[in-house]
Design a binder for this molecule. Structure first.
Ligand SMILES: Nc1ncnc2c1ncn2[C@@H]1O[C@H](COP(=O)(O)OP(=O)(O)OP(=O)(O)O)[C@@H](O)[C@H]1O
Ligand SMILES: [Mg+2]
Length: 254
């Protein structure tokens, strides 16, 4: 279980997280939605200790991530797969080496037959074994994303954090990724946090959906509850309307 209590984070004068409270239960998939720049990526980086909060605490089971350092933090990080927004592959390594990256440290037992692990994980994300020898520069944006996803699940983590897993993918590939998120939850009992703007994906993969707005979680509910909500803020976001309480600062052409 992941517990986030009163999380606050500023960058200079930019007060991004203003007291986030959220509990993620074992085995559930929770989606965090919210406008661009609201702090979704910042939030999930705190869960694995990549960022330190100004205030607040995060627990992964009994471990307080926000207090841990080095070796103890690494022990918690080992349990997480992280799909970074924008893939973040190592350009100088092949696809296979990218997927296997981390296996040596995290799962020496799997590292012994890393080529099989790579082929298996690539096939899970719909890529053939031939892709393994290519360099990231030779891949399309969608392929890079799938390779990054294969890397995130290579060492069979307990938790997976997906930062915009379907952004930039065509609708069919998006659905392949959605099915994969569901399959990981079902087969491996993975607990997941998904950050997405893609409502179709959110409704399909989530047990619960949380909305981040002005630095706080302002609504949490099942996909059905979120779909039926009369809350104007949530409604505006899920229907993608420019009319409503969320005011975008766009200057009209003069
Ligand atoms: N390392 C950093 N240093 C300074 N400011 C940062 C840093 N990381 C994020 N920010 C700022 O924090 C705010 C939230 O950023 P974040 O990347 O979490 O947004 P987001 O909700 O993930 O947006 P998007 O949907 O566009 O990915 C932004 O204003 C961003 O500029
Ligand atoms: Mg982001």
């Amino acid at each position: 279980m992941i517990r986030i209590n009163g999380l606050e984070k500023s960058f200079g004068k930019n007060h991004v997280l203003r007291g986030v409270n959220l509990e993620i239960k074992d085995g559930e998939t929770i989606t965090v939605m919210g406008g661009s720049g609201t702090g979704k990526s910042v939030l999930i980086k705190h869960i694995v200790g990549l960022l330190k909060p100004d205030k607040g605490r995060i627990f992964v089971d009994d471990a307080e991530v926000t207090k841990l350092k080095e070796e103890n933090l690494f022990q918690v990080q080992k349990r997480f797969g992280y799909l970074f927004q924008g893939a973040a592959l190592f350009d100088s390594l092949t696809v296979g080496e990218n997927v296997a990256f981390g296996l040596h440290n995290l799962r020496p037992d799997l590292a012994k037959h890393w080529k099989d692990v790579v082929a298996e994980k690539l096939s899970l994300v719909g890529l053939g074994p031939d892709v393994s020898n290519l360099k990231p520069a030779e891949l399309s944006g969608g392929m890079k994303k799938r390779v990054a996803l294969a890397r995130a699940i290579a060492y069979e983590p307990d938790y997976v954090l997906y930062d915009e897993p379907t952004t930039g993918l065509d609708p069919i590939m998006s659905d392949v990724i959605n099915e994969l998120i569901l399959a990981l939850q079902k087969k491996l009992k993975v607990t997941s946090v998904v950050v997405t703007h893609d409502m179709k994906s959110a409704y399909k993969v989530s047990n619960r959906i949380a909305m981040l707005y002005q630095g706080k979680i302002v609504a949490v509910g099942t996909p059905e509850q979120i779909q039926k909500t009369t809350d104007p803020l949530v409604k505006q976001f899920t229907t993608g309307s420019s009319e409503g309480p969320i005011k975008m600062q766009v200057k009209a052409f003069e």
